[in-house]
Design a protein around this ligand. Structure first.
Ligand code: ARG
Length: 460
Protein backbone atom coordinates (compact mmCIF):
# COMPACT_ATOMS: atom_id res chain seq x y z
CA UNK A 1 0.00 0.00 0.00
CA UNK A 2 1.09 3.60 -0.42
CA UNK A 3 2.91 5.12 2.49
CA UNK A 4 2.96 8.56 0.99
CA UNK A 5 1.89 11.19 3.48
CA UNK A 6 -0.99 13.44 2.42
CA UNK A 7 0.86 16.59 3.51
CA UNK A 8 4.28 16.40 1.76
CA UNK A 9 3.61 19.29 -0.68
CA UNK A 10 5.34 22.08 1.27
CA UNK A 11 8.25 19.91 2.44
CA UNK A 12 11.58 19.39 0.69
CA UNK A 13 13.21 16.90 3.09
CA UNK A 14 11.73 13.60 4.29
CA UNK A 15 10.72 13.17 7.93
CA UNK A 16 13.47 11.99 10.26
CA UNK A 17 12.86 8.29 10.89
CA UNK A 18 12.69 8.54 14.64
CA UNK A 19 10.46 11.62 14.44
CA UNK A 20 8.12 9.56 12.31
CA UNK A 21 7.88 6.91 15.03
CA UNK A 22 7.79 9.51 17.80
CA UNK A 23 4.86 11.46 16.34
CA UNK A 24 2.83 8.44 15.22
CA UNK A 25 -0.23 7.25 17.12
CA UNK A 26 -1.33 4.43 14.86
CA UNK A 27 -0.11 1.72 17.24
CA UNK A 28 -2.79 2.73 19.73
CA UNK A 29 -5.40 4.77 17.84
CA UNK A 30 -6.13 1.94 15.39
CA UNK A 31 -8.64 0.76 17.96
CA UNK A 32 -10.83 3.66 16.75
CA UNK A 33 -11.07 2.27 13.19
CA UNK A 34 -14.77 1.36 13.32
CA UNK A 35 -15.74 4.84 14.51
CA UNK A 36 -13.39 6.51 12.04
CA UNK A 37 -15.10 4.66 9.18
CA UNK A 38 -18.55 5.33 10.61
CA UNK A 39 -17.77 9.06 10.84
CA UNK A 40 -16.34 9.11 7.31
CA UNK A 41 -19.41 7.41 5.85
CA UNK A 42 -21.70 9.97 7.50
CA UNK A 43 -19.44 12.80 6.29
CA UNK A 44 -19.51 11.46 2.71
CA UNK A 45 -23.32 11.15 2.79
CA UNK A 46 -23.59 14.72 4.02
CA UNK A 47 -21.21 15.98 1.30
CA UNK A 48 -23.37 14.26 -1.34
CA UNK A 49 -26.55 15.67 0.18
CA UNK A 50 -25.24 19.23 -0.13
CA UNK A 51 -23.88 18.61 -3.64
CA UNK A 52 -20.14 18.63 -2.89
CA UNK A 53 -19.88 14.96 -3.92
CA UNK A 54 -21.95 13.19 -6.57
CA UNK A 55 -24.12 10.23 -5.60
CA UNK A 56 -21.74 7.97 -7.53
CA UNK A 57 -18.72 9.34 -5.65
CA UNK A 58 -20.51 8.89 -2.35
CA UNK A 59 -21.32 5.27 -3.21
CA UNK A 60 -17.74 4.51 -4.25
CA UNK A 61 -16.38 6.00 -1.03
CA UNK A 62 -18.85 4.09 1.14
CA UNK A 63 -18.13 0.80 -0.63
CA UNK A 64 -14.39 1.39 -0.31
CA UNK A 65 -14.64 2.16 3.40
CA UNK A 66 -16.76 -0.95 3.90
CA UNK A 67 -14.15 -3.19 2.35
CA UNK A 68 -11.39 -1.51 4.37
CA UNK A 69 -13.31 -2.33 7.54
CA UNK A 70 -13.42 -5.96 6.41
CA UNK A 71 -9.67 -5.97 5.78
CA UNK A 72 -9.02 -4.57 9.25
CA UNK A 73 -11.30 -7.13 10.85
CA UNK A 74 -9.70 -9.96 8.87
CA UNK A 75 -6.26 -8.80 10.06
CA UNK A 76 -4.99 -8.23 6.51
CA UNK A 77 -4.80 -4.43 6.74
CA UNK A 78 -1.23 -3.22 6.59
CA UNK A 79 -0.91 -0.43 9.21
CA UNK A 80 1.86 2.01 8.42
CA UNK A 81 3.71 4.14 10.99
CA UNK A 82 4.74 6.51 8.19
CA UNK A 83 1.06 7.31 7.79
CA UNK A 84 1.01 8.42 11.41
CA UNK A 85 -2.48 7.64 12.62
CA UNK A 86 -5.65 5.64 12.04
CA UNK A 87 -7.19 8.48 10.01
CA UNK A 88 -4.43 8.79 7.42
CA UNK A 89 -3.97 5.03 7.20
CA UNK A 90 -7.60 4.51 6.28
CA UNK A 91 -7.72 7.49 3.92
CA UNK A 92 -4.56 6.40 2.07
CA UNK A 93 -5.93 2.87 1.70
CA UNK A 94 -9.21 4.28 0.35
CA UNK A 95 -7.39 6.15 -2.39
CA UNK A 96 -5.29 3.08 -3.18
CA UNK A 97 -8.49 1.08 -3.59
CA UNK A 98 -10.87 3.47 -5.38
CA UNK A 99 -8.48 5.98 -6.94
CA UNK A 100 -8.82 9.74 -7.04
CA UNK A 101 -12.36 9.80 -5.64
CA UNK A 102 -10.87 8.70 -2.33
CA UNK A 103 -9.00 11.99 -2.17
CA UNK A 104 -12.31 13.85 -2.02
CA UNK A 105 -13.43 12.35 1.30
CA UNK A 106 -11.45 14.85 3.39
CA UNK A 107 -13.25 17.85 1.82
CA UNK A 108 -14.54 20.24 4.49
CA UNK A 109 -12.99 18.21 7.29
CA UNK A 110 -9.76 18.10 9.29
CA UNK A 111 -8.20 15.37 11.39
CA UNK A 112 -8.83 17.74 14.28
CA UNK A 113 -12.61 17.46 14.16
CA UNK A 114 -12.33 13.89 12.88
CA UNK A 115 -10.37 12.57 15.86
CA UNK A 116 -12.60 14.35 18.37
CA UNK A 117 -15.62 12.78 16.66
CA UNK A 118 -14.07 9.30 16.66
CA UNK A 119 -13.24 9.39 20.36
CA UNK A 120 -16.72 10.55 21.29
CA UNK A 121 -18.40 7.83 19.22
CA UNK A 122 -16.10 5.22 20.72
CA UNK A 123 -16.52 6.42 24.29
CA UNK A 124 -20.30 6.56 23.92
CA UNK A 125 -20.37 2.82 23.12
CA UNK A 126 -17.87 2.01 25.86
CA UNK A 127 -19.98 3.85 28.43
CA UNK A 128 -22.94 1.70 27.41
CA UNK A 129 -20.88 -1.48 27.81
CA UNK A 130 -19.52 -0.31 31.17
CA UNK A 131 -23.01 0.54 32.42
CA UNK A 132 -24.20 -2.94 31.41
CA UNK A 133 -21.36 -4.61 33.37
CA UNK A 134 -22.02 -2.31 36.30
CA UNK A 135 -25.68 -3.30 36.27
CA UNK A 136 -24.71 -6.99 36.23
CA UNK A 137 -22.52 -6.44 39.30
CA UNK A 138 -25.26 -4.51 41.11
CA UNK A 139 -27.77 -7.26 40.36
CA UNK A 140 -25.34 -9.86 41.73
CA UNK A 141 -25.04 -7.88 44.96
CA UNK A 142 -28.79 -7.39 45.24
CA UNK A 143 -29.30 -11.15 44.73
CA UNK A 144 -26.74 -11.93 47.41
CA UNK A 145 -28.43 -9.43 49.74
CA UNK A 146 -31.81 -11.04 49.03
CA UNK A 147 -30.50 -14.41 50.28
CA UNK A 148 -28.92 -12.94 53.43
CA UNK A 149 -31.34 -10.44 54.95
CA UNK A 150 -31.39 -12.36 58.23
CA UNK A 151 -27.66 -13.05 58.33
CA UNK A 152 -26.08 -11.11 61.17
CA UNK A 153 -22.53 -9.79 61.12
CA UNK A 154 -20.67 -7.22 63.20
CA UNK A 155 -20.85 -3.70 61.81
CA UNK A 156 -17.63 -1.75 62.25
CA UNK A 157 -16.41 1.74 62.98
CA UNK A 158 -12.63 2.22 63.19
CA UNK A 159 -12.58 -1.47 62.14
CA UNK A 160 -13.64 -2.27 65.71
CA UNK A 161 -16.87 -4.19 66.32
CA UNK A 162 -19.58 -1.58 66.79
CA UNK A 163 -23.14 -2.86 66.42
CA UNK A 164 -24.69 -5.94 64.85
CA UNK A 165 -26.03 -5.46 61.31
CA UNK A 166 -27.59 -7.54 58.61
CA UNK A 167 -25.04 -8.80 56.05
CA UNK A 168 -27.54 -7.82 53.35
CA UNK A 169 -27.54 -4.27 54.70
CA UNK A 170 -23.76 -4.19 54.26
CA UNK A 171 -24.11 -5.41 50.66
CA UNK A 172 -26.66 -2.68 49.97
CA UNK A 173 -24.19 -0.02 51.12
CA UNK A 174 -21.95 -1.11 48.24
CA UNK A 175 -24.96 -1.09 45.95
CA UNK A 176 -25.75 2.53 46.83
CA UNK A 177 -22.21 3.57 45.85
CA UNK A 178 -22.51 1.73 42.54
CA UNK A 179 -25.97 3.19 41.84
CA UNK A 180 -24.46 6.66 42.10
CA UNK A 181 -21.71 5.60 39.68
CA UNK A 182 -24.35 4.38 37.27
CA UNK A 183 -26.11 7.72 37.38
CA UNK A 184 -22.87 9.65 36.98
CA UNK A 185 -21.96 7.68 33.85
CA UNK A 186 -25.39 8.29 32.32
CA UNK A 187 -24.97 11.99 32.97
CA UNK A 188 -21.45 12.01 31.51
CA UNK A 189 -22.74 10.28 28.37
CA UNK A 190 -24.96 13.29 27.62
CA UNK A 191 -21.90 15.52 27.26
CA UNK A 192 -19.93 12.86 25.37
CA UNK A 193 -22.72 12.66 22.81
CA UNK A 194 -22.05 16.06 21.20
CA UNK A 195 -20.72 16.27 17.64
CA UNK A 196 -17.51 18.21 16.88
CA UNK A 197 -17.53 17.29 13.16
CA UNK A 198 -17.87 20.36 10.96
CA UNK A 199 -15.45 22.42 13.05
CA UNK A 200 -12.77 21.33 10.56
CA UNK A 201 -9.27 22.50 11.60
CA UNK A 202 -10.53 25.19 13.99
CA UNK A 203 -12.70 27.81 12.28
CA UNK A 204 -15.32 25.79 10.44
CA UNK A 205 -15.41 25.28 6.70
CA UNK A 206 -16.46 27.30 3.65
CA UNK A 207 -18.39 24.36 2.16
CA UNK A 208 -22.17 24.43 2.61
CA UNK A 209 -22.12 21.58 5.16
CA UNK A 210 -25.24 20.31 6.93
CA UNK A 211 -24.16 19.44 10.44
CA UNK A 212 -27.67 18.61 11.59
CA UNK A 213 -27.83 15.88 8.95
CA UNK A 214 -24.42 14.39 9.93
CA UNK A 215 -25.37 14.49 13.61
CA UNK A 216 -28.61 12.62 12.92
CA UNK A 217 -26.74 9.96 10.91
CA UNK A 218 -24.29 9.43 13.76
CA UNK A 219 -26.86 9.52 16.56
CA UNK A 220 -25.42 12.61 18.23
CA UNK A 221 -27.86 14.46 20.51
CA UNK A 222 -26.11 17.81 20.18
CA UNK A 223 -23.81 19.71 17.83
CA UNK A 224 -20.80 21.51 19.28
CA UNK A 225 -21.66 25.21 19.18
CA UNK A 226 -18.17 26.63 18.84
CA UNK A 227 -15.63 25.30 16.36
CA UNK A 228 -12.59 26.22 18.47
CA UNK A 229 -14.01 24.47 21.50
CA UNK A 230 -15.17 21.53 19.38
CA UNK A 231 -11.66 20.54 18.26
CA UNK A 232 -9.82 21.29 21.49
CA UNK A 233 -12.26 20.17 24.17
CA UNK A 234 -11.36 17.01 26.07
CA UNK A 235 -13.55 17.74 29.11
CA UNK A 236 -15.68 14.75 28.23
CA UNK A 237 -12.67 12.40 28.51
CA UNK A 238 -11.61 13.96 31.81
CA UNK A 239 -15.13 13.76 33.16
CA UNK A 240 -15.42 10.10 32.19
CA UNK A 241 -12.04 9.32 33.77
CA UNK A 242 -13.07 11.14 36.95
CA UNK A 243 -16.24 9.03 37.09
CA UNK A 244 -14.11 5.94 36.45
CA UNK A 245 -11.68 6.93 39.24
CA UNK A 246 -14.56 7.26 41.68
CA UNK A 247 -16.01 3.93 40.59
CA UNK A 248 -12.61 2.24 40.95
CA UNK A 249 -12.30 3.74 44.43
CA UNK A 250 -15.58 2.02 45.31
CA UNK A 251 -14.42 -1.29 43.82
CA UNK A 252 -11.17 -0.93 45.75
CA UNK A 253 -12.89 -0.37 49.12
CA UNK A 254 -15.10 -3.28 48.34
CA UNK A 255 -11.98 -5.33 47.42
CA UNK A 256 -10.33 -4.43 50.70
CA UNK A 257 -13.30 -5.88 52.61
CA UNK A 258 -13.31 -9.04 50.49
CA UNK A 259 -9.61 -9.52 51.24
CA UNK A 260 -10.12 -9.01 54.98
CA UNK A 261 -13.21 -11.19 55.13
CA UNK A 262 -11.59 -14.11 53.33
CA UNK A 263 -8.63 -14.14 55.77
CA UNK A 264 -8.39 -16.87 58.42
CA UNK A 265 -8.79 -14.14 61.06
CA UNK A 266 -12.20 -12.91 59.85
CA UNK A 267 -13.29 -16.02 57.90
CA UNK A 268 -16.64 -14.45 56.91
CA UNK A 269 -16.66 -15.54 53.25
CA UNK A 270 -15.13 -17.90 50.72
CA UNK A 271 -14.46 -16.41 47.31
CA UNK A 272 -14.62 -19.66 45.36
CA UNK A 273 -11.65 -21.57 43.94
CA UNK A 274 -12.21 -20.28 40.40
CA UNK A 275 -11.53 -16.73 41.57
CA UNK A 276 -8.48 -17.36 43.76
CA UNK A 277 -4.91 -18.48 43.15
CA UNK A 278 -2.40 -20.58 45.03
CA UNK A 279 1.11 -19.99 46.30
CA UNK A 280 4.15 -21.59 44.70
CA UNK A 281 5.74 -22.22 48.11
CA UNK A 282 2.97 -22.45 50.74
CA UNK A 283 0.69 -25.37 49.89
CA UNK A 284 -2.13 -24.22 52.18
CA UNK A 285 -2.60 -20.80 50.54
CA UNK A 286 -5.67 -19.64 48.66
CA UNK A 287 -5.09 -16.00 47.80
CA UNK A 288 -7.75 -13.37 46.98
CA UNK A 289 -5.82 -12.06 43.94
CA UNK A 290 -8.90 -10.70 42.18
CA UNK A 291 -9.92 -8.11 44.79
CA UNK A 292 -6.24 -7.36 45.49
CA UNK A 293 -5.64 -6.60 41.82
CA UNK A 294 -8.74 -4.45 41.52
CA UNK A 295 -7.53 -2.53 44.57
CA UNK A 296 -4.11 -2.19 42.94
CA UNK A 297 -5.44 -1.17 39.52
CA UNK A 298 -7.33 1.72 41.08
CA UNK A 299 -4.01 3.57 41.26
CA UNK A 300 -3.47 3.57 37.51
CA UNK A 301 -6.91 5.06 36.88
CA UNK A 302 -6.18 7.86 39.36
CA UNK A 303 -2.93 8.37 37.44
CA UNK A 304 -4.80 8.61 34.13
CA UNK A 305 -7.09 11.29 35.57
CA UNK A 306 -4.06 13.31 36.63
CA UNK A 307 -2.46 12.76 33.19
CA UNK A 308 -5.50 14.09 31.36
CA UNK A 309 -5.96 17.11 33.61
CA UNK A 310 -2.28 17.95 33.24
CA UNK A 311 -2.40 17.36 29.49
CA UNK A 312 -5.00 20.09 29.10
CA UNK A 313 -3.97 22.67 31.66
CA UNK A 314 -1.62 24.80 29.54
CA UNK A 315 -3.12 24.41 26.09
CA UNK A 316 -3.90 27.56 24.18
CA UNK A 317 -6.84 27.27 21.80
CA UNK A 318 -7.47 25.41 19.59
CA UNK A 319 -6.09 21.95 18.67
CA UNK A 320 -2.55 21.08 19.76
CA UNK A 321 -0.72 17.86 19.10
CA UNK A 322 -0.60 17.35 22.87
CA UNK A 323 -4.12 16.05 22.46
CA UNK A 324 -2.86 12.90 20.81
CA UNK A 325 -1.73 11.95 24.33
CA UNK A 326 -5.36 11.71 25.47
CA UNK A 327 -5.83 8.25 24.02
CA UNK A 328 -3.64 5.91 26.04
CA UNK A 329 -4.90 7.12 29.44
CA UNK A 330 -8.48 7.02 28.23
CA UNK A 331 -8.17 3.58 26.65
CA UNK A 332 -6.43 2.08 29.67
CA UNK A 333 -9.07 3.58 31.96
CA UNK A 334 -11.78 1.90 29.91
CA UNK A 335 -9.97 -1.46 29.80
CA UNK A 336 -9.17 -1.42 33.50
CA UNK A 337 -12.67 -0.44 34.56
CA UNK A 338 -14.41 -2.89 32.25
CA UNK A 339 -12.14 -5.75 33.35
CA UNK A 340 -12.61 -4.98 37.03
CA UNK A 341 -16.40 -4.80 36.73
CA UNK A 342 -16.53 -7.99 34.72
CA UNK A 343 -14.44 -10.05 37.12
CA UNK A 344 -16.44 -8.82 40.13
CA UNK A 345 -19.76 -9.46 38.40
CA UNK A 346 -18.62 -12.99 37.50
CA UNK A 347 -17.35 -13.63 41.03
CA UNK A 348 -20.43 -12.49 42.98
CA UNK A 349 -22.54 -15.64 42.48
CA UNK A 350 -19.56 -17.73 43.73
CA UNK A 351 -19.23 -15.94 47.07
CA UNK A 352 -19.99 -18.32 49.96
CA UNK A 353 -21.25 -16.61 53.11
CA UNK A 354 -20.11 -18.17 56.39
CA UNK A 355 -23.15 -17.25 58.44
CA UNK A 356 -22.20 -18.84 61.75
CA UNK A 357 -18.72 -17.26 61.71
CA UNK A 358 -20.26 -13.84 61.17
CA UNK A 359 -22.81 -14.45 63.90
CA UNK A 360 -20.12 -15.58 66.32
CA UNK A 361 -18.02 -12.51 65.49
CA UNK A 362 -21.01 -10.23 66.06
CA UNK A 363 -21.32 -11.67 69.57
CA UNK A 364 -17.77 -10.57 70.40
CA UNK A 365 -16.95 -7.05 71.48
CA UNK A 366 -20.18 -6.13 73.36
CA UNK A 367 -21.97 -5.05 70.17
CA UNK A 368 -25.32 -4.72 71.98
CA UNK A 369 -23.99 -2.27 74.60
CA UNK A 370 -25.78 0.62 72.89
CA UNK A 371 -29.02 -1.37 73.01
CA UNK A 372 -28.61 -1.77 76.77
CA UNK A 373 -28.09 1.99 77.15
CA UNK A 374 -31.19 2.66 74.99
CA UNK A 375 -33.13 0.21 77.22
CA UNK A 376 -32.16 2.19 80.32
CA UNK A 377 -33.15 5.45 78.63
CA UNK A 378 -36.59 3.96 77.85
CA UNK A 379 -36.89 3.19 81.56
CA UNK A 380 -36.24 6.83 82.46
CA UNK A 381 -32.47 7.17 82.87
CA UNK A 382 -30.83 10.16 81.08
CA UNK A 383 -28.64 8.91 78.19
CA UNK A 384 -25.33 10.08 79.71
CA UNK A 385 -26.06 8.16 82.95
CA UNK A 386 -27.13 5.11 80.94
CA UNK A 387 -23.85 5.31 78.98
CA UNK A 388 -21.90 5.30 82.26
CA UNK A 389 -23.86 2.35 83.71
CA UNK A 390 -23.30 0.25 80.60
CA UNK A 391 -19.62 1.22 80.53
CA UNK A 392 -19.26 -0.22 84.02
CA UNK A 393 -21.07 -3.40 82.99
CA UNK A 394 -18.74 -3.79 79.99
CA UNK A 395 -15.68 -3.31 82.19
CA UNK A 396 -17.02 -6.00 84.52
CA UNK A 397 -17.42 -8.34 81.54
CA UNK A 398 -13.85 -7.66 80.36
CA UNK A 399 -12.47 -8.35 83.84
CA UNK A 400 -14.49 -11.55 84.15
CA UNK A 401 -14.03 -12.62 80.53
CA UNK A 402 -17.75 -12.88 79.87
CA UNK A 403 -20.49 -11.31 77.73
CA UNK A 404 -23.31 -8.90 78.63
CA UNK A 405 -26.07 -11.42 77.91
CA UNK A 406 -24.30 -14.01 80.11
CA UNK A 407 -24.61 -11.82 83.22
CA UNK A 408 -27.27 -12.84 85.73
CA UNK A 409 -30.18 -10.49 86.38
CA UNK A 410 -28.80 -9.96 89.88
CA UNK A 411 -25.41 -8.89 88.53
CA UNK A 412 -27.06 -6.55 86.02
CA UNK A 413 -29.22 -5.04 88.73
CA UNK A 414 -26.00 -4.31 90.62
CA UNK A 415 -25.27 -1.72 87.89
CA UNK A 416 -28.82 -0.34 87.80
CA UNK A 417 -31.83 -1.47 89.80
CA UNK A 418 -34.27 -0.47 87.05
CA UNK A 419 -33.11 -3.45 84.96
CA UNK A 420 -35.70 -6.27 84.84
CA UNK A 421 -35.69 -9.63 83.05
CA UNK A 422 -37.06 -8.17 79.79
CA UNK A 423 -33.47 -6.90 79.30
CA UNK A 424 -32.35 -10.17 77.70
CA UNK A 425 -34.39 -9.66 74.53
CA UNK A 426 -32.60 -6.33 74.07
CA UNK A 427 -29.19 -7.96 74.48
CA UNK A 428 -29.69 -10.45 71.64
CA UNK A 429 -28.22 -9.75 68.21
CA UNK A 430 -31.58 -10.39 66.53
CA UNK A 431 -33.36 -7.93 68.84
CA UNK A 432 -30.70 -5.28 68.26
CA UNK A 433 -30.89 -5.58 64.47
CA UNK A 434 -34.69 -5.73 64.35
CA UNK A 435 -34.93 -2.58 66.50
CA UNK A 436 -33.33 -0.39 63.79
CA UNK A 437 -36.61 -0.34 61.99
CA UNK A 438 -36.79 2.75 59.79
CA UNK A 439 -35.91 3.71 56.21
CA UNK A 440 -32.17 3.18 55.80
CA UNK A 441 -31.93 1.03 58.97
CA UNK A 442 -30.56 -2.51 59.22
CA UNK A 443 -33.75 -4.30 60.42
CA UNK A 444 -34.40 -7.25 58.04
CA UNK A 445 -37.92 -5.97 57.34
CA UNK A 446 -36.43 -2.66 56.17
CA UNK A 447 -33.67 -4.35 54.17
CA UNK A 448 -36.28 -6.38 52.30
CA UNK A 449 -38.12 -3.15 51.44
CA UNK A 450 -34.86 -1.55 50.33
CA UNK A 451 -34.20 -4.50 48.02
CA UNK A 452 -37.68 -4.13 46.50
CA UNK A 453 -37.07 -0.41 45.89
CA UNK A 454 -33.70 -1.14 44.30
CA UNK A 455 -35.27 -3.61 41.89
CA UNK A 456 -37.65 -0.88 40.74
CA UNK A 457 -34.78 1.61 40.34
CA UNK A 458 -32.76 -0.95 38.33
CA UNK A 459 -35.68 -1.59 35.99
CA UNK A 460 -36.08 2.11 35.20
N1 ARG B 1 -3.45 11.65 15.64
C1 ARG B 1 -3.95 12.96 15.94
C2 ARG B 1 -4.52 12.97 17.35
O1 ARG B 1 -4.71 11.94 17.88
C3 ARG B 1 -5.02 13.32 14.98
C4 ARG B 1 -5.16 14.78 14.78
C5 ARG B 1 -3.93 15.32 14.15
N2 ARG B 1 -4.10 16.65 13.72
C6 ARG B 1 -3.06 17.38 13.28
N3 ARG B 1 -3.32 18.57 12.89
N4 ARG B 1 -1.84 16.92 13.27
O2 ARG B 1 -4.76 14.01 17.92
Amino acid sequence: MTTEKPWTGRFTAPTNQFVEAFTASVDFDQRLYHYDIMGSIAHARMLAKVGVLTEAEQDQIIAGLGSIEQEIEAGTFDWSVALEDVHMNIEARLTAKIGNVGKKLHTGRSRNDQVATDIRLYLRDEIDLIRAELKRLIEGLVDLAGRETDTIMPGFTHLQSAQPISFAHHMLAWVEMLMRDRERLADCRKRVNTMPLGAAALAGTSYPIDRTYTAALLGFDNIAENSLDAVSDRDFAIEFTADAALLMMHLSRFGEELVLWSSAQFDFIDLGDAFCTGSSIMPQKKNPDVPELVRGKTGRVYGHLTSLLTLMKSQALAYNKDNQEDKEPLFDTIDTLKGSLRVYADMMPQVQVKRSNMYHAAKQGFTTATDLADYLVCKGLPFRDAHEVVGQAVRHCIEHETELDALSLKTLQGFSEIITDDVYSVLTLEGSVAARNHIGGTAPVQVRKAIARLKVRLAE
